[in-house]
Ligand binder design. Structure first.
Ligand code: GAP
Length: 430
């Protein structure tokens, strides 16, 4: 884990938020390669959850929502963690389920009895800071889909079964953020509420468990041996859930939740219908029945996938008797898919190299690497950020109108005509 954290900082994937002011615990900024990786994750999720399907539509709802929403959804009373504070030297706060016994793991001081702590960030809308102006930063995007359910069914041609998908920021005042970006206080959720006929939840639940696992292994290239399903026992289910399966990843700190797939039944639509006093029922054109659909929800954050991909891809090996560090990213997610590296800085090579990258730009995530250092050092740098293919323009290129594709994983090289480069890379990147 320390090696991955060091690499991500060194190579500009991620920085602590507001670092020059000492940072803010549980908040991170993303640098150039981190942004590229996050965008790839987001785009692949949207592509497979929305664009490639005919039964899911998109939504963007606001980050700030009124108290009524959270009172109805149960978050005001149930979105709590048990908190214990150290009365000894360090005064640290702990999540009660993260400590055993009555003494502080840090300084051995006595711990208070657990008290419930609500994880939502509260703020006010308008100049008056009274109860009437209280609003919350959303801790999940899901409520937007339920609150807008009627708008979506009235304004689009969706028919049950169908889904509403959303990506966007969520905020949780976690008591103990940590394990890098595994648990942070500001993150980006990707959630899809899949509406089915009442009591027809089991089949959809099974489908989405399998489909989400397939996405991680086939589309993102996560090693199947590091993933497993964890079915929650009744006692650990969220207040809205009938059944939940987590897709877990084997992190260096143990198995941890990557994504949750929850069967929310009609819980949310029922409570919002009750509190808003609006009719949220759906008229099924096939059966002519009115009902509140049941919901299956796959939910995952970009950050959990981000840390998973980095850990899964991190590797060290030896090439030509020299140790090397590399990220074996699947080409789908690599921040740079193709780096173009002229063998020398001489204009007779940089000119053709610029032409090559111009032809690839827009089709692949590309980078031009003409920095100092021999070609081997530049390959190593690309290995470290996980670039699967380097295209080298050398002096021979001037004669044979061909370039070399160097493969990150095997370090093998192949000679390809410039005219065929795009289609060859297309085949390799997929
Ligand atoms: N709408 C359901 C929901 O929000 P959750 O299990 O609380 O369920 C869903 O969160 C997903 O969000 C998790 O599986 C995880 O991927 C991610 N997640 C939750 N808390 C997080 C945090 N503090 N930092 C980063 N990701 C988090």
């Amino acid at each position: 884990m320390e090696k991955v954290v060091a690499l991500t900082k060194r190579r500009g994937f991620i920085y602590p938020s507001s670092e020059i002011y000492g940072g803010l615990s549980g908040f991170y900024d993303y640098g150039p390669y981190g942004v590229a990786l996050k965008r790839a994750i987001r785009d692949l999720w949207w592509r497979h959850m929305v664009d490639l399907r005919d039964d899911v539509v998109g939504l963007e709802s606001t980050l700030i929502m009124p108290s009524d929403v959270w009172a109805a959804s149960g978050h005001l009373t149930n979105f709590v963690d048990p908190l214990r504070q150290c009365l000894g030297k360090c005064k640290k706060r702990w999540r009660a389920d993260h400590v055993t016994g009555n003494t502080c793991p840090e300084c051995g001081g006595e711990l208070t009895e657990p008290r419930m702590f609500n994880l939502m960030f509260k703020t006010h809308v308008g100049p008056l800071e009274d109860e009437a102006s209280e609003v919350y930063l959303r801790p999940e995007t899901a409520q937007g889909m339920f609150v807008d359910f009627k708008n979506v069914i009235n304004s689009s041609r969706v028919r049950v079964p169908f889904g509403i998908a959303q990506q966007g920021r969520a905020f949780r005042n976690e008591i103990t953020p940590g394990n890098f970006v595994f648990r942070v206080r500001e993150f980006e959720l990707m959630e899809m509420e899949y509406f089915v006929r009442p009591n027809q939840d089991d089949e959809a639940f099974e489908y989405w468990r399998k489909e989400r696992m397939r996405w991680f292994t086939e589309v993102l290239g996560v090693k199947p041996g590091h993933l497993r399903f964890y079915d929650h026992p009744q006692a650990s289910l969220s207040h809205y859930s009938k059944q939940t399966t987590d897709i877990e990843y084997e992190f260096p700190f143990g198995w941890g939740e990557l994504e949750g797939i929850a069967d929310r039944t009609d819980f949310d639509l029922v409570v919002h219908q009750e509190r808003s006093k609006q009719d949220l029922t759906y008229l099924d054109p096939e059966t002519n029945e009115r009902y509140l659909p049941w919901v299956i929800e796959p939910a995952v954050s970009v950050e959990r996938i981000f840390i998973t991909l980095l850990i899964d891809a991190y590797d060290e090996d030896v090439v030509n008797n020299e140790p090397r560090t590399l990220l074996r990213f699947h080409p789908n997610v690599a921040p740079v898919q193709v780096a173009v590296v002229p063998l020398s800085k001489k204009p007779e090579l940089t000119g053709p190299a610029q032409n090559v990258i111009q032809a690839l730009r827009g089709h692949f995530r590309v980078e031009y690497d003409q920095t100092g250092g021999n070609i081997g050092r530049r390959y190593r740098r690309q290995d470290e950020i996980g670039t699967p293919f380097c295209v080298t323009v050398d002096f021979e290129t001037l004669n044979d109108q061909a370039v070399t594709i160097r493969h990150r994983d095997s370090t093998e090289q192949e000679r390809v005509k410039i005219a065929e480069l795009s289609s060859r890379l297309e085949a390799l990147v997929g």
